[in-house]
Design a protein around this ligand. Structure first.
Ligand code: THU
Length: 133
C-alpha cells in the first residue's frame, strides 16, 4: 500500500503518547495504526505499581481495535516521549502479528518495514489451525 499517511499516523501516536500513564518509568509511549477499513486507532502505555503488569501502548491499541469494530492492522507507528519512532518490544511484535493484515507496514527506526521483517519466521494463528477448537 503506497497511500499511507505516515505523518498523520505519527501525529496520532504522539497525541496518544501525551495521555500515557507512566509514572514509574517516565517513558510515555504512544501507538497508532491504520485498520483495513480505513479507521485509525491509538493506544498509550498504562503502568502499575506492580511493575510487571504494566500495559504497553500496543496492548491498548489492540484492545481498541476490537472495541471499535475489529479488523486487521495495515500500518503502524509508535513513538517515545520525544515523538521519535520507537520499536515495539518483542512481546508487542507478537501481539501486532496476530492482528496484522498481510504485508502490514511499520514505521521503524530504520525506515518502513513489514511485520515479517520485524518478526521473522513468526509463530502465529496458522500454526494452530489444526488444533484450535
Ligand atoms: N513500552 C511500550 O508501551 N511499548 C513498547 O513496545 C516498548 C515499551 C512501555 C512499557 C513501559 O511502560 C515503558 O515503555 C518502559 O518500558
Amino acid at each position: 500500500m503506497t497511500d499511507i499517511d505516515w505523518d498523520l499516523l505519527k501525529s496520532r501516536a504522539t497525541e496518544a503518547m501525551g495521555k500515557a500513564y507512566a509514572p514509574y518509568s517516565n517513558f510515555p509511549v504512544g501507538a497508532a495504526a491504520l485498520v483495513d477499513d480505513g479507521r485509525i486507532i491509538v493506544g498509550c502505555n498504562v503502568e502499575n505499581a506492580s511493575y510487571g503488569i504494566g500495559l504497553c501502548a500496543e496492548c491498548a491499541l489492540v484492545s481498541t481495535l476490537y472495541l471499535t469494530g475489529g479488523g486487521k492492522l495495515v500500518a503502524f507507528s509508535c513513538v517515545d516521549g520525544h515523538g521519535n519512532a520507537l520499536m515495539p518490544c518483542g512481546r508487542c511484535r507478537q501481539l501486532l502479528y496476530e492482528h496484522s493484515a498481510d504485508g502490514m507496514l511499520l514505521a521503524t527506526v530504520s525506515g518502513v518495514k513489514t511485520i515479517d521483517e520485524v518478526l521473522p519466521d513468526a509463530f502465529g494463528p496458522r500454526q494452530l489451525i489444526d488444533y484450535a477448537g
